[in-house]
Design a protein. Structure first.
Length: 373
């Protein structure tokens, strides 16, 4: 079984540690440990942390953490939750548990590669449900309907969407889930950007809250700015959770008990976490939209509806997007992700969830570069 090189992860790993202006990130400004514990009773949290036993954690995650996570979804108890090493493991476990060679898997495209390359490696016939910048990245569910066939095992959605910032509406999601119930396929809802509601009232409820055929994947990384905890989860029917658990025995056994403790603490205080993160992201969003307005001779772009990512198409630039990103990195220490990492040359992914000062400086460096072309 061969698996394709993970374009975006290799790109990030190659460049991000030396970038000074990192506009490639997909998460909220990361918390320091000090900042995180300070959103509660710092001394108590630190004392409790010192008592954490550094043994194996339960494979499914601590009862406390699973209770907190299950509270986010309707009709969901801790038995419906499996804690994983990031959403990346969650997506991997779900795909391996469900997909057999010859199955059809339909994936929203462009996409975070984990959402289709694992299925391809499993021998699935992967079909892309494409969203086009010329249609404002609007998901067209009639197009999706035409891709679903009688071998379809899984439809993979990412709401809000990496890299376009598109969102499937509640009505569209309900329609897709009704097809899943009628036809018997599963719907994997990767919802790692769910709380990044830059605009209010746009993001639909979690898939898991709407249907037994939906599997929701969440993460501490993106909306919460805690990627260093390497902690995510799957919420779904118990039978499916147990299947994924069987795979997890082989992939990671369990998460760190320290990270489980900190994740539970952060999620109990999710309102405070999100207040900070949304404040930064909304400010950066306005800066970015003004910047695009000023530079619209260089880009076609679609205002993201949610999340912290934008995926413009370049015009009038005399290099490939990969060359452009390499030039900006080597000459200016500015990092963005070229569309080549998404099989979409000519496009650029910019993340706007991080430190505002760094973000503004990065954009102004990009402006000067464009002016000198
Ligand atoms: C859609 C999507 N799913 C999953 C992941 C993996 O996230 P985690 O850090 O939780 O493993 C990412 C990371 O970029 C992502 O964009």
């Amino acid at each position: 079984m061969n698996i394709k090189t993970f374009g975006v992860e290799r790109w990030m790993n190659t460049y991000e540690n030396d970038a000074v202006y990192n506009l490639a990130e997909t998460d909220a400004k990361p918390f320091t440990l000090e900042e995180l514990v300070s959103i509660g009773d710092k001394n108590k949290v630190l004392n409790d942390m010192l008592k954490v036993k550094l043994s194996y954690n339960p494979t499914t995650g601590s009862k406390k953490l699973r209770e907190v996570i299950s509270g986010f979804y309707n009709d969901t108890s801790p038995e419906n939750v499996l804690v994983t090493t990031g959403a990346i493991e969650a997506d991997f476990l779900v795909t391996n548990s469900l997909v057999e060679p010859g199955d059809t898997v339909v994936v929203q495209f462009p996409a975070y590669q984990a959402l289709y390359s694992t299925a391809e490696a499993r021998g699935a016939n992967v079909k892309y449900w494409k969203m086009d910048i010329d249609d404002n990245y609007e998901p067209d569910i009639e197009k999706l309907k035409n891709l679903i066939d009688d071998k379809t095992k899984l439809v993979v959605l990412n709401i809000p969407h990496n890299p376009t910032g598109a969102v499937i509406s509640e009505q569209q999601l309900r329609t897709i889930l009704s097809w899943a119930e009628e036809q018997g396929f599963w719907v994997l809802c990767d919802e790692v950007y769910h709380d990044f509601a830059i605009n209010k009232g746009v993001i639909p409820p979690y898939g898991r809250s709407l249907s037994q055929k939906a599997i929701s994947v969440g993460s501490m990384s993106k909306s919460y700015g805690l990627s260093g905890l390497r902690l995510g989860w799957i919420a779904g029917p118990t039978e499916l959770i147990n299947k994924c658990w069987s795979w997890k025995d082989y992939t990671s056994i369990s998460n760190s008990p320290l990270n489980d403790f900190l994740a539970a603490f952060a999620l109990i205080n999710v309102d405070k976490v999100m207040k900070r993160n949304l404040q930064i992201a909304r400010k950066n969003f306005r800066i970015l939209m003004d910047w695009f307005e000023e530079h619209n001779n260089w880009f076609d772009y679609v205002k993201p509806k949610a999340g912290v990512l934008v995926f413009p198409r370049l015009k009038n630039i005399p290099f490939s997007t990969e060359e452009l990103c390499k030039k900006l990195f080597y000459d200016k220490k500015l990092l963005m992700v070229p569309g080549e990492c998404f099989e979409m040359p000519g496009y650029l992914r910019i993340g706007y969830g991080n430190n505002t000062e760094m973000f503004e400086k990065g954009l102004s460096i990009f402006s000067s570069f464009l002016k000198n072309l």
